[in-house]
Design a protein around this ligand. Structure first.
Ligand SMILES: Nc1ncnc2c1ncn2[C@@H]1O[C@H](COP(=O)(O)OP(=O)(O)OP(=O)(O)O)[C@@H](O)[C@H]1O
Ligand SMILES: [Mg+2]
Length: 326
């Protein structure tokens, strides 16, 4: 299968400002938001990216769509290095690389109607003429469950529900027919019925249009429904990446196991094994040495704090950054 996205040794650090006067201070503390991450996404594939809050998922999404430049490392898109693409070429690439942001309310302008918001990407990229745009937007709105479309087209974000806002954000990302979509927690703000609709919509995009996307979530159950492969992120690093089936049936990394144990179990007779990660997620400013997870890991050994464990193949493309096989 063709590689659409190839990420190599990607790093993103944010400087930490501790006061008003040290903005230009060199050598100050940094947040290691993305800490040397490599992976690929094949055309037509949905890769899930899961992990606790602050693990660097959204930052990874922003780097992949070039909404942010990396501190180092590369993102190749269809064989081209995103960092070397010039302004003009980036303008034509932009509609093909879209991102659904995590906070739907924050990403919609209160002064734009639903229709204007969804049409906006078409206008700025000069796609279709105005009459065609309106027809395309109305038809897309129906498809994503924003019905009656004519009625909702004229509404402002404060006049529609949170779940509808969520779908507006998704429609706006889809209107240019992107080739690659980063969906950042697209259902986090929605209620249960809207979640099911949005999940079904995303599944349809994958099955019918063969769309490629990175699906960011902290909910492993939704990743299980939608993704072909799943990557687990912890404090800026990918600690495990595997085909969905392998990851859920044979998780290798103790952090993945802890996350899976934290997923609610519907059977009241089945007791949860108390292997859930202990303690708070450590700071991304001063992460623990070696394996970032070792202070919370039930299996930690002295080697774990000595050096960063590499992602290694533990079977048929199943990669894990744990030194031990149980
Ligand atoms: N623009 C920024 N400036 C400074 N620090 C940032 C910025 N964006 C993110 N960070 C920091 O980088 C780390 C990773 O953040 P990120 O938003 O990528 O995490 P996340 O996995 O998406 O979390 P969540 O599940 O809460 O959305 C966090 O420690 C965060 O505080
Ligand atoms: Mg996020």
């Amino acid at each position: 299968m063709e590689e659409l996205i190839k990420v190599t040794n990607l790093v993103k650090e944010f400087p930490v400002r501790s006061g008003l006067f040290d903005r230009s201070r060199k050598g100050g503390d940094v947040v290691h938001a993305v800490d040397d991450v490599s992976f690929t996404i094949h055309r037509g594939e949905v890769l899930g990216l899961a992990g606790e809050s602050g693990s660097g998922k959204s930052t990874t999404g922003r780097l992949l769509t070039r909404l942010m430049d990396p501190t180092s490392g590369t993102v190749m898109y269809g064989g081209k290095d995103l960092a070397t693409i010039g302004r003009v070429e980036m303008r034509s690439l932009r509609p093909r690389l879209q991102m659904v942001f995590q906070d739907p309310n924050g990403s919609l302008s209160p002064r734009m109607t639903v229709g204007q918001a969804i049409t906006h990407p078409l206008s700025i990229h000069g796609i279709l003429d105005p009459a065609e745009r309106r027809a395309a937007v109305l038809s897309l709105m129906e498809k994503v469950g924003l019905a009656p479309a004519e009625f909702l087209y004229r509404k402002y974000p404060h006049q529609i529900s949170g779940g509808q806002c969520q779908r507006v954000v998704i429609a706006r990302a889809l209107v240019t027919n992107p080739e690659f979509l980063v969906a950042d927690e697209p259902i986090a703000m929605a209620d249960v019925s809207v979640r099911a609709l949005v999940m079904e919509l995303l599944k349809r995009l994958k099955d019918e249009m063969g769309m490629t996307y990175l699906f960011i979530t902290h909910d492993l159950a939704t990743a299980k429904y939608l993704c072909d492969r799943v990557a687990i992120m912890y404090l800026g690093r990918i600690v495990e990446i595997a085909p969905k089936k392998d990851l859920f049936s044979h998780p290798h990394h103790p952090y993945t196991k802890a996350l899976l144990h934290a997923v609610p179990v519907p059977d009241p007779d089945r007791r949860r094994t108390e292997e859930v990660a202990r303690g708070e997620i450590p700071s991304a400013i001063h992460p623990p040495a070696g394996c970032h997870f070792h202070p919370r890991c039930p299996r930690a050994r002295p080697e774990c704090s000595a050096a960063r464990p590499p992602l290694r193949d533990v079977g048929a493309g199943h990669l894990s950054a744990c030194l031990f096989d149980d």
